[in-house]
Design a protein around this ligand. Structure first.
Ligand code: BGC
Length: 873
């Protein structure tokens, strides 16, 4: 058969990790990805693919062997700055038949060379941090016919761009947070429709953002980490009908005036006075800008989607508190802000204070520490006003409203706007236990609340930093739920840039300089610390495993090596890392509220276990990027560390560890540090400890991501289920029982009596302990990845804990993989599966030989072992 298979149409080609139709990419040879429709899986994996690449001056076709579609190499001549190509693909099957062509998608390069830029930063003259935030503008009169117009924008501070008063895109909190000393992100906008009109006004509002605003927790907090002057930079490129390109960079032809924003800070909130609107087109009141010079940081194109408003939530309830305050519950803890709709007299000031919880009937604002988390607006009295802030965000479920005119707000006058990086959801889970479903939902919400341009620890208090340890343990889960390779890949570039020569990784990236007076305190100035520093290895490896993207590994490889070499030096000949400051098994529930590092597990054990893990992963990374000699070197090191670990921590006659805690055993077992012959003994000890704790959780940041895997790995699934289904404190479902809608920082952020944990560090939205979702997908859902980029999966549902149905699915680079199972009362397990072509799937059902499944839909049944079925401990 050689014809076209009608109805089999590949998805539009996506570029790098940015999706289809990209305007302003920072790559001259973007890699290409596409998927076949799910129903094409039955036709087998394509044997070849054909790419059609069209430019303004011609077109070319390229045929390459293999199915392609997962970051396939760019086939054509490299893109030059601002150049656009349209790309289509079709695939060729073994019988010679072809799919239809995909719809064309376009990719257009940004500015690829520093000398493509001819713009300077411009800002207000003489304005200081207490003045209203500036508005800037320039009027353009274009006489020639414009066929294409591009506007490239960035800022020192946060910004929104308007043309003729209209915001030109829906990206929020731009330019996001990079290590601005090194890199600053710009966006490219297609503004052709505005430029065609002849006269138009480009304007921008600026705010402090991460550049100038207060950043950091109390001991280290400071303003102006990157600078004290806000500045806007833009370059407008007009392609005229006669073939000329005219470029206008921001310069002294721009003007400024104070805008309607009195002040705006990430932690403290935004305050607007609508009586002073900006009239972009009227010429009154504008003053010449201060020209601040050209950028010193590298201007970089986005490698991930921007932050956007990702939905709204209506209030569940509005009521009056015991102290007489108006409180609103949005029913979900989230990151974002409140949009309000109101009528009121001019000068009326409405204030919103945000918090995550209610305590003693009032807003529980203590966990916010020094973040005021307060927005306000002064009305202009001109009819109905719809208002929301844009240059702050809050972590909240509740707001307290003051100053609302008349009888107060009603359910229709407020909505919560959910704000985070606009990542594509790719992983789902559900099961018959509603508490576990809610737990999973809480993990998703914790991720949404903390993937706000960078991976943060929390969205509510005066922190919101890119804490490395948190994302080190959460990356496997994050990549299971959302496509975050672009976003975390960008963050990793900053990690590498801020990493010290000797390999030390800052505790949070981007870094905030630590004031001299406190720099001697432990845990502030960057020093090598396990788990946190291991982010240099665990995050890129997690991205590679999820996507198969070796370029991320190749780029991060020097950073990964620097970290492992640093630990190698610190550990010395014993290979046991026992020096310096460690966070240890941070927030082990037995640690005192005020000393979260003082858990049950020897910090040297945690540090050495993670050293072994990182060294082993680094060997895999070297293999993946084809550096066999390096791989051998790291493998030898990993073997040595394994041995060093055993010599120090394992009694090889009893199989017991010298430090007894669930985390110690979970790490030793899951990271393969226990010799095969002793695994049974060590496993039994882990089970004993878990049972002694009454199946309450006993692990912190270091042990929690692995404890259930370790139990399942030694055949103790019943104990794993008992641990995850525990509802007493501390446990995951305790938080659900207490009404949590996100994952908490502490197992008992809210104490059983409904009061907030007295620790000064008590957030209700931290993702680290949500790393459990990976085990839920793999063991309850039954779907586990076995090869990078989901080229292989293992499907093995094992119903337990009274759970009678489960499902897990993942939109992998090759297509949707899904597993859905049900256990009947009669003891039959029925499993439905969907596998994309080219994914190597092995089905492993109780009592049956493993079976290899091809692409397509499959249904199988198996008899359940009555001892396994729905058993509980
Ligand atoms: C953050 C963490 C972080 C920890 C380490 C906290 O304040 O919220 O999640 O990893 O500090 O010190």
């Amino acid at each position: 058969m050689t014809g076209v298979v009608r109805g089999i149409v590949p998805s539009p080609v996506a570029f790098e990790h940015l999706g289809a139709d990209v305007c302003g990419i920072g790559e001259s040879r973007p890699r290409l990805s596409w998927m076949l429709p799910d129903r094409a899986a039955g036709s087998g994996a394509p044997v070849a693919h054909e790419l059609h690449v069209a430019s303004a001056i011609g077109e070319e076709t390229f045929i390459a062997p293999g199915p392609g579609g997962v970051l396939s190499p760019w086939p054509a001549t490299p893109l030059s700055s601002a150049e656009r190509r349209d790309v289509r693909v079709r695939v060729i099957f073994a019988d010679g038949s072809r799919s239809e062509w995909s719809p064309a998608s376009f990719v257009e390069a940004g500015l690829l060379r520093a000398d493509d830029w001819s713009a300077s930063f411009v800002g207000a003259t003489g304005a200081d941090a207490d003045d209203p935030l500036p508005a800037l503008r320039r009027v353009y009169e274009v006489r020639d016919e414009v066929v294409r117009a591009r506007l490239r924008t960035t800022a020192h501070g946060m910004y929104t761009v308007f043309i003729d008063g209209e915001p030109i895109d829906d990206a929020l909190l731009e330019p996001g947070w990079q290590s601005y000393h090194h890199r600053l992100r710009y966006r490219t906008h297609d503004v052709t429709r505005f430029a065609r009109t002849g006269r138009f006004v480009i304007g921008a509002l600026l705010a402090d953002g991460w550049y100038r605003g207060r950043l950091g927790f109390p001991l280290i907090a400071r303003d102006g980490v990157y600078g004290s002057r806000l500045g806007f930079l833009a370059q407008l490129e007009l392609d005229l009908v006669d073939g000329r390109r005219v470029t206008y960079g921001t310069d002294d032809s721009w003007q400024w005036r104070p805008g309607p924003i009195i002040r705006a800070g990430l932690y403290d909130g935004q305050h607007d006075d609508l009586r002073h609107p900006v009239d972009w087109s009227s010429d009154g009141g504008w003053m010449p800008v201060a020209v601040q010079g050209s950028p010193s940081a590298r201007l970089v194109a986005p490698s991930a989607p921007p932050v956007r408003a990702k939905g709204t939530l209506a209030p569940r309830r509005i009521w009056t508190s015991p102290a007489g305050r108006t409180l609103v519950d949005f029913g979900q803890n989230l990151a974002g802000w409140v949009r309000l709709r109101v009528r009121g007299q001019t000068g009326t000031r409405i204030t919103l204070r945000h918090a995550e919880v209610i305590e003693h009937g009032e807003l529980g604002a203590r966990p916010l520490r020094d973040a005021a988390a307060e927005d306000s607006v002064i009305l202009d009295g001109r009819g109905e006003t719809v208002w929301e802030p844009r240059f702050t965000y809050h972590g909240f479920r509740y707001v307290e409203v003051t100053g609302w005119p008349g009888s107060g707000p009603d359910l229709d006058s407020l909505e919560a706007v959910v704000v985070h990086s606009d990542l594509t959801r790719i992983g789902w889970f559900s099961c018959s236990d509603p508490l576990l479903d809610r737990l999973h939902e809480n993990v998703v919400w914790a991720m949404r609340g903390n993937f706000v341009d960078i991976p943060t620890d929390c969205p509510q208090r005066d922190e919101r930093l890119g804490w490395t340890g948190d994302i080190a343990v959460f990356t496997p889960t994050a990549t299971l739920l959302y496509d975050c390779a672009g976003m975390l890949g960008s963050w990793l570039e900053d990690l590498a840039l801020e990493q010290r020569e000797d390999g030390t990784v800052p505790y949070f990236v981007p870094e905030i300089p630590i004031p001299h007076e406190v720099s001697h305190l432990p845990g502030l100035s960057p020093e090598p610390a396990a788990v946190w520093g291991d982010a240099a290895v665990l995050v890129p490896m997690g991205l590679y495993e999820a996507t198969g993207d070796v370029r991320i590994l190749a780029r991060q490889y020097p950073s990964m090596c620097a970290w492992v070499s640093q630990v190698e030096r610190l550990a010395g000949d014993s290979r046991v890392w026992e020096t310096g400051f460690q966070f240890g098994d941070w927030l082990d529930p037995s640690a005192p509220a005020e000393d979260p590092a003082a858990g049950r597990t020897d910090p040297a054990l945690v540090a050495t276990a993670y050293f072994a893990r990182s060294a082993r992963l680094l060997a895999h990374a070297a293999d993946a990027i084809d550096l066999p000699e390096d791989a051998a070197r790291w493998r030898r090191l990993a073997d040595d560390v394994d041995e060093g670990f055993r010599l120090r921590f394992l009694d090889e006659t009893t199989g017991l560890l010298r430090c007894s805690s669930p985390t110690a055993y979970a790490l030793a077992l899951h990271f393969d540090l226990v010799p095969e012959r002793l695994r049974g003994r060590a496993g039994a000890e882990l089970v004993r400890l878990i049972r002694d704790d009454g199946h309450r959780i006993g692990t912190g940041f270091a042990g929690t991501p692995v404890v259930l895997h370790a139990l399942s790995g030694v055949g103790a699934d019943d104990d794993a289920y008992a641990l995850i289904q525990q509802t007493e404190c501390p446990s995951w479902l305790y938080t659900v029982r207490m009404g949590a809608t996100t994952i908490w920082e502490r197992w008992d952020s809210m104490l059983p009596d409904g009061s907030i944990n007295p620790g000064e560090m008590t957030s209700f939205n931290h993702y680290a302990l949500g790393s459990v979702a990976t085990w839920m997908h793999e063991h309850i859902g039954g779907l586990r990845r076995t090869a990078p980029g989901w080229a292989g999966v293992h499907i093995a549902p094992r119903p337990r804990g009274g759970i009678t149905a489960g499902s897990a699915s993942h939109r992998s680079p090759r297509g949707l993989i899904s597993v859905s199972w049900q256990a009947s009362d009669e003891g039959t397990l029925r499993v439905e599966m969907q596998i994309p072509a080219g994914t190597d799937a092995v089905l492993d059902l109780p009592g049956m030989d493993p079976e290899r499944l091809g692409g397509g839909m499959h249904v199988r049944s198996a008899a359940l072992d009555p001892r396994q079925e729905a058993s509980t401990v």
